[in-house]
Design a protein around this ligand. Structure first.
Ligand code: IMP
Length: 511
C-alpha cells in the first residue's frame, strides 16, 4: 500500500514570523545578505558566494544577457537558460563575462545622411538622448560624430535637415581609445564636463560608450558580483541530455556556476551528470542539482559528494502546471522545511554545509523573507524578473497597460528550440508542464530589487539578525489561520492611497 505522510502540503503564505529582540546598534543598512552557493567544507570558506541571496530562473523569458548583467551588478546571479543551442548559451555567458562595467555597446546609432525627423523618432523610441553617428549607422562603424537632443530645436529647425548639419563632428568630440581604464574614462568625462565619452579602436571605429550616469550608478551598487579578474559573474543551466558537449563550452566561455535545470532532479540521469562533470572538471567547478522536495531526494543528490547546492521546489512556479498534469509535487514550505531539517542533520553528522535554493512560487517580498527564515540560503525567481525592463522579452501594451510575455520551460514554446538542434529533434513532447502568459511591466531590475532587499533587511532587524545564518537560527514562525490572513490585510477601511497601480508596481499581483 502507498505511504500517506501525515503532513499537509503547505505554502509560504501560511506562515508568519514572530518578532524577536531588535538591538539598538542594529541598522537596516548594515544587515549582511551574503550567502554561499558552494558546499562549505569543515573549517573552509565557500568557493563561491553571492552578495544577495537571489538568483534568476533558468528560463528563456527571464535569464538572458541583459538581465544577467543587471542582476550581477546588484549582487545576485543570472542563470542563463539551456533551452537553446550550446553555441548561443555559451555566447550569452561570454557576453556577460566580457561586459566591461561602464563600457556599453551603443544601442542607438545613425548616419550623417539621416534626416533629423528620423533621429528624433529614434531618440523617442529608445529613450536615448545621445546618438553616435557612424559611416554605416551601426554600433561598430567608423565614428563620425555625436548628435544629442541639445543639437537641434525640434519646433524651430527644419526636420528634413541631415544629421551632419547638426551633429558635433569627430574633430570636436572628446573621445577615449580602446584600452583606456574606466577610471581614466571617468576622469575625461569629469575634466571636460561631458555626459558621454565615445571609445574608438585604433582604426577609428566606435567600440563603446561611457556615460556619466553609469559612474553614479556604479557608486550606488557596491555589491556587484565580480570574479578575480573583475569580470561580472554568471551562472548557466544544464540539461541531462547534452552536458558532455555543453559543459566544456560553458566553462571555456568563463561560466562561474553550473546548475542542472529539471523539475525532477531525483534521477539517476542527474547523478550521472554530476559525476561526469566532477570526473572531467574536478572539484573546483560549482554545480547545483535539483529539483527535489524531500529528505530522500536531498540524500540522493549529495550521496556522491558531487553537488554544491540543492534546489528545492516542484510545482509551485507561477507558470507551472506540473502538479495538475502529473500529480507530483509538494507545497513549497513543506518541501523546504523537510529538506532544511535533513540538511542541518547532515551538517551535524559531517560538518559539511550544503546551501539550499528555494525555487519558484514566490509571490511577493514577504514570501522571500519566509523562505530565508525557514532555512533557504538563496531563492530562485522567474516571474519577479520576467516583469523587469531587463528580461529578454518585448514590452507589449494591452488595454493601455504595459506587459511582458512570460512562459514556462515546459511549454511547447520553450521546447521548440530542439527542433533546430541536432540530435534532440526526435524527443516528442506529449504534454505541457507550463503555461504561456503575460506579466505586468514593473520597471528596472535595480529599482524593484532595492525595495525587496530593503524589506528583507528590515524584517531581519525585527528578528534581531544581522546575517542570513543568524536569521534562520533566530527565526520563530507561526502557522496562520485563514482568518488571520484576512486580518493581515487592511480591514474595514476605505483606502485612497493603496490602489491597484501601487500593488502592481510592487509585484504585479493583479489577483
Ligand atoms: P516563479 O518564480 O514562480 O515564476 O517560478 C519559476 C520557477 O518555475 C523556475 O525556476 C522553475 O523551477 C519553474 N518552472 C519553469 N518553467 C516551468 C514549467 O514550464 N513548468 C513547471 N515549472 C516551471
Amino acid at each position: 500500500m502507498a505511504t500517506i505522510i501525515s503532513d499537509t502540503s503547505r505554502t509560504f503564505s501560511e506562515y508568519l514570523l514572530i518578532p524577536r529582540l531588535t538591538r539598538k546598534n542594529q541598522s537596516i543598512e548594515s544587515v549582511d545578505l551574503r550567502s554561499p552557493l558552494s558546499v562549505v567544507e569543515p573549517n573552509e570558506l565557500p568557493r563561491f558566494s553571492v552578495n544577495i541571496p537571489i538568483v534568476s530562473a533558468c528560463m528563456q523569458s527571464v535569464s538572458g544577457t541583459s538581465l544577467s548583467i543587471a542582476l550581477a551588478r546588484q549582487g545576485g546571479l543570472g542563470m542563463v537558460f539551456c533551452s537553446q543551442s550550446i553555441e548561443s548559451q555559451a555566447e550569452m555567458v561570454r557576453q556577460v563575462k566580457s561586459h566591461k562595467a561602464g563600457f556599453v555597446t551603443s544601442a542607438s546609432n545613425t548616419t550623417a545622411d539621416t534626416r533629423l525627423e528620423e533621429v528624433i523618432r529614434l531618440m523617442r523610441e529608445s529613450g536615448h538622448s545621445t546618438v553616435p553617428v557612424t559611416d554605416d549607422g551601426t554600433a561598430t562603424g567608423k565614428f563620425l560624430g555625436l548628435i544629442t537632443d541639445q543639437d537641434f530645436w525640434e519646433f524651430e529647425d527644419d526636420l528634413d535637415n541631415k544629421v551632419c548639419k547638426h551633429m558635433t563632428s569627430i574633430e570636436d568630440v572628446i573621445f577615449g581609445v580602446d584600452g583606456i581604464s574606466l577610471r581614466e574614462a571617468n576622469n575625461l568625462l569629469h575634466r571636460h564636463k561631458k555626459d558621454c565619452l565615445p571609445i574608438l579602436d585604433a582604426a577609428g571605429n566606435l567600440s563603446s560608450l561611457v556615460f556619466k550616469k553609469d559612474y553614479v550608478d556604479h557608486r550606488r551598487h557596491p555589491l556587484e558580483m565580480l570574479d578575480d579578474s573583475k569580470r561580472l559573474c554568471v551562472g548557466a543551466a544544464l540539461n541531462t541530455h547534452d552536458y558532455k558537449e555543453r559543459v566544456p563550452e560553458l566553462i571555456a566561455a568563463g561560466v562561474d556556476v553550473l546548475c542542472f535545470d529539471s523539475s525532477d532532479g531525483f534521477t539517476e540521469y542527474q547523478m550521472e551528470g554530476i559525476a561526469w562533470i566532477r570526473a572531467n572538471f574536478g572539484p573546483e567547478v560549482v554545480i547545483g542539482g535539483g529539483n527535489i522536495v524531500s529528505a530522500e531526494g536531498f540524500d540522493f543528490l549529495i550521496s556522491e559528494l558531487g553537488v554544491d547546492f540543492v534546489k528545492v521546489g516542484m510545482g509551485g512556479g507561477s507558470i507551472c502546471i506540473t502538479r495538475e498534469q502529473k500529480g507530483v509535487g509538494r507545497g513549497q514550505a513543506s518541501a523546504l522545511l523537510e529538506v532544511v531539517h535533513r540538511r542541518d542533520e547532515y551538517f551535524s553528522e559531517t560538518g559539511r554545509y550544503i546551501p539550499l535554493c528555494s525555487d519558484g512560487g514566490l509571490a511577493n517580498d514577504t514570501q522571500i523573507v519566509i523562505a530565508l527564515a525557514m532555512g533557504a540560503d538563496f531563492v530562485m525567481m522567474g516571474r519577479y524578473f520576467a516583469m523587469t525592463d531587463e528580461s529578454p522579452t518585448p514590452k507589449t501594451s494591452i488595454n493601455g497597460q504595459m506587459y511582458k510575455p512570460y512562459w514556462g520551460e515546459g511549454t511547447h514554446r520553450a521546447q521548440n528550440w530542439q527542433r533546430y538542434s541536432d540530435g534532440m529533434s526526435s524527443r516528442k513532447m506529449m504534454f505541457e508542464e507550463g503555461v504561456d502568459a503575460y506579466v505586468p511591466l514593473v520597471g528596472s531590475l535595480a529599482e524593484v530589487l532595492e525595495t525587496t532587499l530593503y524589506k528583507v533587511r528590515s524584517t531581519m532587524v525585527n528578528i534581531g539578525a544581522n546575517s542570513l545564518a543568524n536569521f534562520r537560527e533566530s527565526a520563530v514562525l507561526t502557522r496562520v489561520s485563514e482568518q488571520s490572513v484576512v486580518e493581515a490585510g487592511t480591514t474595514n477601511v476605505f483606502q485612497f492611497s493603496r490602489n491597484r497601480e501601487f500593488e502592481e508596481a510592487e509585484w504585479g499581483n493583479t489577483g
